[in-house]
Design a protein around this ligand. Sequence first.
Ligand SMILES: Nc1nc2c([nH]c(=O)n2[C@H]2C[C@H](O)[C@@H](COP(=O)(O)OP(=O)(O)OP(=O)(O)O)O2)c(=O)[nH]1
Length: 133
Amino acid sequence: MSLLLVVAAALVDAQDRVLIAQRPPGKQLAGLWEFPGGKLDPGERPEEALVRELAEELGVIVDARDLTPLTFASHAYEAFHLLMPLYLCRRWSGEPQSREGQALAWARPGELDAAQMPPADAPLIAPLVALLG
Ligand SMILES: Nc1nc2c([nH]c(=O)n2[C@H]2C[C@H](O)[C@@H](COP(=O)(O)OP(=O)(O)OP(=O)(O)O)O2)c(=O)[nH]1
């Protein structure tokens, strides 16, 4: 079993909407809507990796101190077991923009559709709904 650590963020705006990004064609899980984030580079701390990924993918600047642990996903994919902490982030600078060609959307947690998200993400919806409605 290989364990894959991926860090992800729920960026939450003033209307309590969460930013989701669509995985581009050609990638694993293409077309599904996920939380921005990604894998750690060698030697990187999780929060540092997430700050980097948010800058690369969305062009936003986040202070690691504004990343609050919210919940996590633990899911057995065929090729690896995914462990994915999900951080809550309500403060950043810059307007999130698609830096890698991915579609972006803001959604109320209650509107998130597990069927359109990676299987690992389904259990993440309930904590977001509990927090934000
Ligand atoms: N960022 C993110 N990844 C997720 C979520 N749910 C989920 O199962 N994943 C999986 C998909 C990928 O296997 C992995 C994230 O890896 P990644 O985005 O850095 O890498 P990738 O597969 O796009 O490909 P690559 O960068 O290695 O080319 O975690 C999610 O909500 N956000």
